[in-house]
Design a protein around this ligand. Structure first.
Ligand code: NAD
Length: 245
């Protein structure tokens, strides 16, 4: 490996799979229904039923219940070897580093990562639909919960729904443009804009590496793909990259 200086790491659901959190295509491999069933029971829901602004407006009880269940599940899981290795990289890497996660769990920060962006929001945060305030939130979040900042009964899960703008895109795009190494871990490469970061990184001259259980949708865009468990591949890659520093 050439000696990189500026690194961007993109993570997806696969990095948390070995902690026990289901990915979005866990069983059938076709839809997101499997994971929704994991949290809401055997009736099948479409992703549009729980992950769009229209769903929140149409059935807020169902949408809040889905994210309440996922928030509650965080209490029973812990960071795995991949999160721990990335936190070690964060602490030790002398150059620029940004870990961009699509995950709404808090396992990267519980492992100790600080140079971290949650581009799709956070389960342990509430967003006021009236004033835009975001604040840490634990426990269930019933529809109509009152925002402490503005008093409106408008708190919602702080999740970026399909059709909404991910957080901190300007910061992420600047980091990707400056990166000389872009590494994608545990993501199917199916959801934009994150799925396009590899092309952007390559356009600006970065080397690109994919660490995933299987080839992702954008696999051919990467210079190198390593297939296997994140809990094995990520610690090995972190040691490799730290050895270049
Ligand atoms: P994904 O489930 O689509 O893909 C996970 C990837 O990780 C797969 O390619 C899989 O092969 C791989 N993987 C599984 N286990 C692994 C392991 N142990 N080690 C390494 N790789 C492993 O998840 P994604 O790519 O993160 O999904 C993209 C985004 O879609 C999500 O971040 C989310 O924002 C969005 N989404 C949200 C909802 C919602 O309810 N809010 C629903 C569906 C999708």
């Amino acid at each position: 490996m050439n000696k990189p200086r500026n690194i961007v790491v993109l993570t997806g659901a696969g990095v948390s799979a070995e902690s026990g959190l289901p990915t979005f295509r866990s069983k059938s491999g076709v839809t997101y229904w499997d994971v929704i069933e994991d949290y809401l029971g055997p009736k099948s829901y479409r992703v549009e039923d729980v992950c769009t602004p229209e769903a929140l407006a149409g059935d807020p009880v169902l949408v809040h219940r889905f994210y309440d269940a996922r928030r509650a599940a965080l209490a029973g899981v812990a960071p795995n070897a991949a999160h721990i290795a990335l936190a070690r990289l964060d602490a030790a890497w002398p150059g620029e580093l940004l870990i961009v996660t699509q995950n709404v769990d808090d396992l990267h920060e519980r492992a100790g990562a600080t140079r971290l962006v949650h581009m799709h929001g956070e389960l342990r945060s509430a967003l006021c639909a009236a004033c835009g305030a975001r604040r840490p939130h634990a426990g269930d979040l019933p529809p109509g919960s009152v925002c402490p900042a503005c008093g409106a009964p408008a708190l919602r899960p702080d999740i970026v729904f399909f059709g909404e703008m991910p957080y901190q895109m300007a910061r992420i795009e600047a980091a990707v443009a400056d990166a000389d190494l872009f590494v994608s871990i545990g993501t199917s490469g199916a959801v934009y804009p994150a799925a396009g970061f590899v092309q952007m990184a390559a356009h600006y001259g970065a080397a690109t590496l994919e660490l995933n259980l299987e080839r992702s949708a954008g696999s051919s865009s990467f210079d190198e793909t390593r297939l296997g468990l994140a809990g094995v591949l990520v610690p090995a890659w972190v040691e490799e990259v730290l050895a270049t520093g």
